[in-house]
Write a protein that binds this ligand. Structure first.
Ligand code: PLP
Length: 433
């Protein structure tokens, strides 16, 4: 498909190449960069006239697709009132409404909300909350965090320090990062029954370092950027039990999993647990403007604020009204839709249509949970090369490591989802050569 060309694509890409740094790239050899002019629904309109079906939801954020009339209206109305106002000593309706909604829809007990700019910062805030909590409790020696191998929690320093210890970030920054504890990742598979042996190393760390651990931090049920691994709800339940038994705080990072992606509104619900602290971001503001939040329960907020304690964080753009307004509209859209059925249908279709990938000897695993579809290869893929192939097939899919995956917007129809799955099938087939 071709639409009217508006901008000289060549000039744009030349200037981009000269001045613009993209995520996780080299300036010398930046790889493939594609210029998008506008987007609508699940379609990206490229500057060169082509149209791509989006399989990534812009890093898992555009729940309702691009350029949604209801979301556009919410943000435009708010823009007419104010784009921003500082949040110290001031409050506003979009933030209050969002915080009270979040308190209502998140797992029980999480009723204090701290807004910030991005998922990584929400993780920093969560870690600071845990440390301050123990500080007021007179246990300032509790500064360590326990997390999982294959975990991903963001790119800022605190967040990096709890990401998988073998990732590139850890290697590069090894000497600048605080050293925390890591347990084996749970065996991959949502349906794999939990056994006590799966959590042996984790339990051992707790046993050995319980006086020094401030909190456990994990992604619930789905380990995202660390390899798109799903694990058993039984494991998460056991983590909660071990934290309770040893009086360690539990931080759950729902930045990727929140807002229905795994088939539950929050992935913690698969295990029926409630963390002490929870991070959300990505789909929170539906792919419109960056927004994240860290929620905690009364135990944590009272703990921090005992004896006149104050929490030491405050971003300039905290609780940005435009972002809060669009988040409110997005949550209303989601909760007033039949989203469980939508996600179940997307799930079923991906299961059926990605299954043939299993026939290739170099495919290690095909797995689907909620609206997440994953084809794991035995070897690492060439991301740029595969992205170029996907563009030829008219779709936007960005593989990483050994993973080719789909996280489509919930508004995708059957036909467009089939375009995504068949593109994956075709690309996987070409790998044989
Ligand atoms: C993406 C992600 C983050 C970081 O969010 P940013 O908004 O990119 O800073 C943190 N945790 C998880 C689980 C994520 O998937």
């Amino acid at each position: 498909m071709i639409y009217n060309q508006e901008v000289a694509n060549h000039d744009l890409l030349r200037l981009d190449r000269a001045h613009v740094w993209h995520p996780y790239t080299s300036f010398i050899n930046p790889g493939l960069v594609t210029s998008v002019n506008h987007a609508k629904g699940v379609e990206l309109y490229l500057t060169d006239g082509r149209i791509l079906i989006d399989g990534m939801s812009s890093w898992w954020s555009t729940l309702h697709g691009y350029n949604h009339p209801v979301l556009n209206q919410a943000i435009t109305e708010q823009l007419g009132k104010m784009a921003h106002v500082m949040f110290a000593g001031i409050t506003h309706e979009p933030a209050v409404k969002l915080a009270s909604t979040l308190a209502k829809i998140t797992p029980a007990g999480l009723n204090k909300v701290f807004f910030s700019d991005s998922g990584s910062v929400a993780v920093e805030v969560a870690m600071k909350m845990a440390i301050q909590y123990w500080h007021t409790k007179g246990q300032a020696q509790r500064t360590m965090f326990l997390s999982l191998k294959n975990g991903y929690h963001g790119d800022t320093f605190g967040a990096m320090s709890v990401c998988d210890p073998h990732s590139g970030m850890h290697n590069l920054f090894h000497h600048s990062l605080p050293h925390h504890l890591f347990a084996e990742a749970p065996p991959c598979g949502f349906d794999i029954p939990f056994q006590e042996s799966h959590i042996a190393k984790f339990a051992q760390h707790i046993q050995q370092h319980r006086q020094k651990i401030a909190a456990v931090i994990i992604e619930p049920i789905v380990q995202g950027a660390g390899g798109m691994r799903f694990y058993s709800p039984g494991y998460l339940r056991r983590v909660r039990e071990l934290c309770d038994k040893n009086e360690i705080l539990l931080i759950v990072d729902e930045v990727a999993t929140g807002f229905g992606r795994t088939g539950k509104l929050f992935a913690s619900e698969h295990a029926g647990i409630s963390p002490d602290i929870m991070c959300i971001g990505k789909a929170l503001s539906a792919g419109y403007i960056t927004l994240a939040a860290t929620l905690c329960n009364d135990k944590v907020s009272n703990g921090i604020c005992d004896n006149n304690g104050i929490f030491m964080h405050g971003p300039t753009y905290m609780a940005n009204p435009l972002a809060c307004a669009v988040a409110n509209a997005s949550i209303d859209l989601l909760l007033n839709s039949n989203w469980q059925e939508t996600v179940a249908n997307i799930s079923q279709q991906m299961k059926e249509e990605l299954a043939p990938c299993k026939d290739f000897s170099y495919v290690a695993d095909v797995r689907v949970l909620g609206a997440i579809g994953v084809v794991e290869l035995k070897d690492t893929v060439d991301t740029s090369k595969l992205m170029a192939l996907f563009i030829e097939y008219g779709v936007w899919i960005r593989p990483f490591g050994k993973i080719i995956y789909l996280m489509p917007s919930f508004i995708i129809d059957k036909e467009n989802l089939s375009k995504l799955t068949s593109a994956i099938l075709k690309v996987v087939a070409t790998l044989a050569k």
